[in-house]
Write a protein that binds this ligand. Structure first.
Ligand code: ADP
Length: 642
């Protein structure tokens, strides 16, 4: 059993290249994880940090719940296979495979048993006496795999192991490696720039770009719910078609889709846009529409959304044909790429030819929509928030047809109609609002329920263990402190979720006496840290967080400022002798079950603190931080430290 966890791992090379940013992922035992992305996106660096061949700049790597940041590669029980598998040319296959075990002084009989066993699995039994040069590329690559497997590592790392092989051999080795994974039941991490390799081998895939993780998901979800335009374009061949479109909500629960530069528009049901924020549906904003070639049919009657296009060229692939066409019928450049070019699939025997104008139809159930500026999906499986209306009257608010008493902290909201923004994670199961499940989608680690409340949509995530089905009703609750109220004349903000402070980290040490086994007393230097606010106030830091900072920060960095962020739950009001931030209690925010204090420190910075008893407004207080729960960022190079 072994699992692997990377928390906020960064790599900045000495030349300043930030190769990996904030890589966070938990890999369970026996998973087959693929890191995929264009060359230079940080895949190998991440793999090498896991192997211990590259030091990490910040963050934490754990194997079997043990932090291995400083462990030597050989202590990590990890085996790595590279693209350039250097076999020893003068040694036989047997000796190549046995070499590592011999170095570890394993008894001969055990080495023999392991080598023969793995050779059998890899189909190398009859080649054990051969020298590498008398073998094919694929066989040599299997020897390289065998050499790593005989060590029985906890985690198996493969860095583009197939990229030197020809296409046919690659396909063969791909399925062999997948089979091997099934047999060995060990965690595999596999690096490739080839999305087909990723999609066919991975149980989960990490898509990376320019040092940043874009999405971590199953192949199916990456294909179905790409989180941004980059992932959408990277996964799937041929590349997804992208077109510019404006969306306009019309009367009668429809959305008019007006394609730019084209005489083309569709009138689609509003239901297809249930996840899309209203601000994209006013007809003014250009959004990016994406559709895969397999979701455009050469049969104009297959779907109700029809378009004429002019065929450029046809690639007949035998099983079907890939048609390059342009929706702009006036475009005479049939070879180049225009913003209105599409690729679609047609069955073999497709009779049209280059230059023909034909009608196709679009399967809008499978369309994708992206923000044109930041290229994020605007139709994510689990949207960040939903919007609805709320009617406030006499201290009550009516939402989704239910009337709720406003908690005391929200009493100042004046009567009237408000647009409410509710974060999706502020909607939880088990409340007063009845909702109908209109669909259940399986995400990697949860189910996403699409809910219908009257004719409005909401979304909630539910554990995979809970069985929900379409058509069932569930009850949901809203976390009022997280809802934003806006109207033309006034607005009310949700409770501030985080306070951010700029502090310096002071590194301190003290000599501690240790008694060794012989009873002799020695003195050892122990380090700890303190935060110092801009006003010179000291905030104590717990020992384990302090030690982490000492390990992460260079001596020079201790004199620089860092940003700390904490939630109201990491802050509490304490006695003066416990140290802490001096502040004045400005107001009490009573949300019924929970109470918070809004405080202001001597730099007029607002700090929200959760309360477990009553305090007086206007009182001077000291705020203690649970530094185990805070986040810290190096402001200079945007690296997360805690
Ligand atoms: P990938 O495996 O995805 O192709 P790498 O992890 O090899 O990408 O590289 C990520 C980035 O880090 C690239 O910009 C690369 O040039 C840079 N890089 C890799 N190794 C070093 C190094 N030893 N020193 C400086 N920069 C490096």
């Amino acid at each position: 059993m072994s699992n692997l966890e990377l928390s906020h791992v960064y790599k900045v090379y000495p030349n300043g290249v930030k190769a990996v940013n904030d890589f966070t992922m938990k890999i369970e035992d026996k998973e087959f994880i693929v890191f995929v992305g264009p060359s230079g996106c940080g895949k190998s660096t991440t793999l090498r940090m896991i192997a211990g061949l590259e030091e990490i700049t910040s963050g934490e790597i754990k194997i079997d719940d043990m932090i291995v940041n400083d462990a030597e590669p050989k202590e990590r029980d990890i085996a790595m296979v590279f693209q350039n598998y250097a076999l020893y040319p003068h040694m036989s296959v047997y000796k190549n495979m046995a070499f590592g075990l011999k170095l570890r002084h394993m008894p001969k009989a055990e080495i023999d048993e392991r080598v023969r066993n793995i050779a059998e699995i890899l189909g190398l039994s009859e080649y054990l006496d051969r020298k590498p040069k008398a073998m094919s590329g694929g066989q040599r690559q299997r020897v390289a795999l065998g050499r790593a497997i005989v060590r029985e590592p906890k985690v198996f790392l493969l860095d583009e192991p197939l990229s030197n092989l020809d296409a046919k051999l690659r396909a063969q080795m791909r399925s062999q490696i997948s089979k091997l994974h099934n047999r060995l039941q060990t965690t595999f991490i596999y690096v490739t720039h080839d999305q087909v390799e990723a999609m066919t081998m991975g149980t989960r895939i990490v898509v990376m770009k320019e040092g940043f993780v874009q999405q971590i998901d199953t192949p199916k979800n990456l294909y179905r719910y790409p989180i941004n335009k980059f992932v959408a374009g990277f996964i799937g061949t041929p590349q997804m078609n992208f077109l510019n479109v404006k969306l306009k909500k019309t009367e009668g629960k429809k959305v008019e889709m007006i394609f730019e530069k084209l005489d083309l528009s569709f009138l689609a049901p509003l239901d297809l846009f249930s996840r899309v924020d209203e601000k994209y549906l006013n007809g003014d904003v250009t959004v990016c529409f994406g559709i895969r070639s397999e979701h455009i049919s050469s049969d104009p009657n297959k779907y109700p959304y029809k378009a004429m296009c002019k065929i450029g060229h046809i690639e007949d692939l035998g099983v079907d044909a890939q048609i390059y066409a342009d929706l702009n019928l006036n475009d005479d450049d049939l070879v180049g790429e225009s913003p209105t070019r599409i690729i679609f699939r047609a069955p073999t025997g497709y009779s049209h030819q280059s230059g023909d104008e034909v009608e196709v139809s679009f399967d809008l159930e499978h369309m994708h929509l992206f923000d044109s500026e930041n290229e994020e999906s605007i139709s994510k499986l689990l949207p960040a928030f939903v919007k609805t209306k709320g009617m406030v009257k006499d201290g009550k608010v009516s939402i989704y047809g239910h009337s709720f008493a406003l908690p005391p902290a929200m009493k100042e909201i004046s009567d009237g109609e408000y647009a409410l923004t509710i974060p999706t994670d502020a909607i939880t199961a088990g409340g007063e609002i009845e909702a109908k499940i209109s669909s259940v989608s399986v995400a990697t680690d949860k189910n996403v329920l699409t809910l219908k409340i009257g004719d409005e949509y909401a979304f909630v995530s539910a554990p995979l263990s809970e069985k929900h089905k379409e058509g069932d009703t569930i009850k949901i609750a809203l976390d009022f402190k997280r809802i934003a109220f806006d109207s033309s004349s006034s607005s009310f903000s949700p409770l501030q979720e985080e306070t951010s402070l700029i502090v310096k980290v002071n590194k301190k040490s003290l000599m501690k006496e240790h008694v060794n086994m012989n009873g002799r007393v020695t003195k050892i230097k122990e380090y700890y840290c303190e935060f110092e606010t801009s006003a010179g106030k000291i905030i104590p830091v717990d020992a384990s967080t302090g030690l982490k900072l000492v390990n992460l920060m260079s001596n020079k960095a201790f004199k620089e400022e860092i940003e700390i962020r904490f939630s109201p739950y990491a802050a509490r009001i304490c006695d003066i002798d416990q140290g802490g931030i001096e502040a004045k209690l400005i107001s009490i925010l009573n949300y019924g079950k929970e109470k918070f204090a809004k405080c202001e420190n001597d730099e007029a910075k607002e700090i929200i603190v959760s309360l477990d008893k009553d305090y007086d407004v206007g009182q001077n207080v000291y705020i203690a931080l649970d530094t185990k729960q805070i986040h810290a960022y190096n402001t200079k190079n945007q690296i997360r430290l805690l």
